[in-house]
Design a protein around this ligand. Structure first.
Ligand SMILES: [Zn+2]
Length: 92
């Protein structure tokens, strides 16, 4: 599952996460911090389905959340992925 930076602004980081099943398809995973809460959003159909059913996040959001934990923060993860991109490597 590939991950690339999309956009970072105050209180929000957006990543492009590749689909495992469909080559060339990427979903936008957003991490939004507002009013003391942090939430993930994903543009994939599975996320919409899970949101309605109040299930766990889709695998794209979970992937970003896991990587953020390893990187010790979503901003640090964004910076690390950006660095890899600049070096011509896309994080897996
Ligand atoms: Zn998703």
């Amino acid at each position: 599952m590939t991950i690339r930076c999309k956009q970072q602004e105050r209180g929000k980081q957006a990543f492009l996460v590749g689909s495992e099943r469909m080559a060339g398809v990427e979903y936008t995973v957003e991490h939004v911090r507002a009013n003391g809460t942090r939430r993930f959003f994903c543009s994939c159909p599975d996320f919409q389905y899970r949101k309605i059913r109040r299930k766990r996040h889709c695998k794209h959001a979970r992937k970003v959340a896991t990587l953020a934990k390893v990187a010790r923060g979503i901003s640090r993860l964004y910076a690390a992925v950006e660095e890899l991109q600049a070096a011509g490597t896309v994080a897996a």
